[in-house]
Design a protein around this ligand. Structure first.
Ligand code: SF4
Length: 712
């Protein structure tokens, strides 16, 4: 740990909310945070902060809102009691060793979070794969970016967003798909607003079922039916092909697979896509022309594409637009996924997912496993595939997994089909919850609670959406017994090693975060993301750096400028994807399409933003948005309570008319769980159906029925 900050100090760090990764300056006095301001020297945010970033100081607490001590309960019937941290780490090691001994390593699972720092991910990953011997390690990034990962790998050959934030100011056409950037990535949206103001002829196209605040900046809003993006993108390519807007030289020199895709494009004219997508064919043609004729076309996209049972296909279909027009690898151009969480990127780099190994390696590849085993100093890594998030909780439910260690995330609120997730947690033999805040529903299921440090008490690194690695720095000392997540993981690992593999205890004896980072950075050597030459000292002296890192590199870079992609033959791939309907179409019993989304001033399941009076004032409670005609037809009055039912659960909320929604479309903010609202939370309704490749669930769509609530 660093020593307490001097009486008055300013520490440069990173905002802990979205993947924009804005630089902050944390002002402290007497060891307490007195304020937070933007860091003008940070190249990603240039001193700007949104309402959440500006309110960060409100969330720094050492009172009842924080988990300050380790807790344990001897049985589910008993209340938890405070215990010493050392005793808690011993208990974790004892219980895990016992379960591994009785049921094998795959009876243990780790469920992590894009809130964790790269160093946290690195140590947890080594603990799961290098000590316990299981690939059952996944993260809430599975709910967030796994379809983007799969889309990049399928088409470009690597999980590497090609563009950088500077491209927002250089684009002639910006296609925003499935993103309410005005709320979810506000500082990136400010860049877009500034670019549009400077160049009013810039064309902005928004693809979103709702007319969001982002739509106010758009020149063209395509209010697409949920799930129909592939048909839309195919139809745009159809128009571009008909009108000679494709870059056949780029297709011929730098890609493969276009012939197979061409058949699908030919079969998807705008007139057909109009019926599938619910937007006029003329608007689809306009979007295609603006994209195809642009000097530089940039796409910004996020959960609307990713949180879908066809999320991988949607990502691939959008990337096709760029590959077919040569709009990639040049200023102002490229497909650019916007990461939801502050370090979903770093988690991917550290291989903290069932489907990844460190350095963007593949656990199914024996050579990759051997490379990581050698780096870590273990004989081998486990072969049996690990379970992604939803499968992990299903295995917990049916008893194949006995113990789960959850860190910095709240699956009892955030996973779809919440009732089943809670039943799984209730059935588990051992639930360890490593958490900083007391507000999460998952704590109710914890047998053992480990008190975690949080922003701004931790040292480490994060990677933002533009592949930029920044230092996170501790400005104050963590309260109570709270410790950095990697230290808790390493503490248990050393104790567990003593019980099951004593020679491996030394593998977790890191003196500090810099040592963890050095080991992790070494794992990237020779890989697409290579930042093996990067150190804390370089980050401290030169500031945040993009990967791949080369000493002396310019401040912002885009990938694939040389037309060579990360595939075996150096060519990008068109993938013959088809439109597939949503997993749960509407029926007479469930006639409304429900989608969920973020609010500007809240974050995830509210554990932190609910602590800020200024953020809570913006929106205090959830509501259901419906088209006014639907409300009339359903007999639901403005602000009256309505009962929402899906095939999985029921929620009661006040209803509000929203004429910008299309008929049949309902919308809910995603943030509220049972800890902050009466009854079950929003995800009691949502659907666990998932994409066959990315295994990401379809949080953006399920079928519901709405009726007026009976009067008491
Ligand atoms: Fe924080 Fe994102 Fe707002 Fe930047 S845009 S201040 S990273 S929440």
């Amino acid at each position: 740990f660093r020593h307490p900050a001097p009486p008055a100090a300013t520490t440069a760090s990173i905002c802990c909310y979205c993947g924009t990764g804005c630089g902050v300056r944390v002002h402290t006095e007497g060891g307490r945070v007195t304020g937070v301001s933007g860091d003008a020297s940070h190249p990603s945010s240039l001193g700007k902060l949104c309402s959440k970033g500006r309110a960060l100081a409100d969330t720094v607490r050492d009172d009842g809102a924080r988990v300050l001590r380790a807790q344990w309960r001897d049985s589910r019937a008993a209340p938890r009691r405070d215990i010493a941290l050392d005793a808690a780490l011993d208990l974790a090691a004892d219980r895990l060793a016992d379960i591994i001994g009785r049921h094998g390593p795959d009876a243990v699972a780790f469920y992590l979070s894009g809130q964790l720092l790269t160093e946290d991910y690195a140590v947890f990953n080594k603990l799961a794969r290098g000590l316990v011997g299981t690939n059952n390690i996944d993260t809430n990034s599975r709910l967030c970016m796994s379809s983007a990962v799969a889309g990049y790998k399928l088409t470009l050959g690597a999980d590497a967003p090609p563009a950088c934030y500077d491209d927002i100011g250089l684009a002639d056409t910006v296609l925003i798909a499935g993103s309410n950037a005005a709320h979810a990535h506000p500082i990136l949206f400010r860049r877009l607003e500034a670019a549009k103001q400077a160049r009013p002829d810039m064309r902005i196209i928004l693809v979103d079922p709702r007319r969001t605040d982002t739509a106010e900046l758009a020149d063209l809003h395509l209010p697409i039916l949920p799930g129909s993006d592939v048909a839309l993108f195919h139809a745009m390519l159809h128009v571009m092909q008909d009108e000679g807007l494709l870059d056949h030289a780029h297709i011929a020199r730098h890609t493969t697979g276009f012939a197979a895709l061409r058949e699908r494009i030919a079969a998807c004219p705008p007139a057909l896509a109009q019926d599938i997508c619910g937007v006029p064919a003329a608007d689809i043609a306009t979007a295609a022309r603006w994209f195809g004729r642009a000097g530089a076309a940039l796409s910004l996209y996020t959960m609307g594409l990713n949180q879908s049972s066809s999320g991988t296909a949607k990502n691939a279909a959008l990337i096709h637009l760029h590959l077919a027009t040569g709009q990639i690898g040049k200023p102002g151009a490229g497909p650019f996924s916007l990461t939801g969480q502050p370090n979903a990127m770093g988690g991917r780099e550290a291989g903290g997912m069932a489907t990844l190994l460190p350095g963007h390696r593949d656990p199914a590849d024996a050579g990759h496993r051997a490379e990581v085993a050698a780096l870590w100093g273990v004989e081998q890594l486990p072969v049996r595939p690990g379970l992604p998030a939803l499968e992990m909780f299903e295995a917990l439910h049916d008893g194949r997994i006995k113990a789960i260690w959850i860190a910095a995330t709240n699956p009892a609120q955030s996973l779809p089909d919440q009732a089943r997730v809670r039943a799984a947690l209730a059935r588990a033999e051992l639930v360890i919850v490593q958490e900083a805040y007391t507000g999460g529903e998952t704590l109710d299921y914890a047998d053992l609670v480990l008190p975690a440090a949080t922003w701004p008490e931790k040292e480490g690194t994060v990677t933002n959406s533009e592949r930029r690695i920044s230092r996170v720095r501790a400005a104050i000392v963590a309260p109570g017994d709270a410790r950095s997540d990697w230290r808790l993981a390493a503490g248990v690992a050393q104790r567990l090693a003593a019980r099951i593999a004593p020679a491996r205890a030394a593998l977790f004896a890191y003196p500090d975060e810099a040592a963890v980072f050095a080991e992790h950075a070494a794992s990237t050597a020779g890989r697409d993301l290579d930042y093996s030459a990067l150190t804390y000292r370089i980050l401290d002296e030169l500031g945040p750096q993009q990967w791949p890192y080369r000493p002396g590199q310019p401040p912002s870079r885009r990938l694939y400028a040389d037309g060579i992609y990360a595939t075996a033959d150096g060519r990008a791939r068109f993938v013959a994807v088809d439109h597939a309907p949503v997993a749960e179409p509407v029926t007479a019993d469930y006639p409304l399409r429900l989608t969920t989304g973020r609010l500007r001033d809240h974050w995830h399941s509210l554990a932190r933003t609910a602590l800020s009076p200024s953020l809570v004032r913006h929106v205090e409670a959830p509501w259901l948005s419906l088209h006014p005609d639907d409300m009339r037809e359903l007999g639901v009055a403005e602000d009256a309570l309505a009962v929402l039912r899906s095939r999985r659960g029921e929620v009661v909320l006040p209803a509000r008319a929203d004429a910008s929604l299309r008929r049949g479309q309902a919308w809910l903010p995603m943030h509220w769980g049972s800890a902050f609202m009466a009854g079950d939370g929003i995800n009691a309704l949502t659907n666990p159906a998932r994409d066959p490749v990315s295994r990401q669930p379809e949080l953006k769509h399920c079928a519901i029925a709405v009726t007026p609530a009976a009067l008491p």
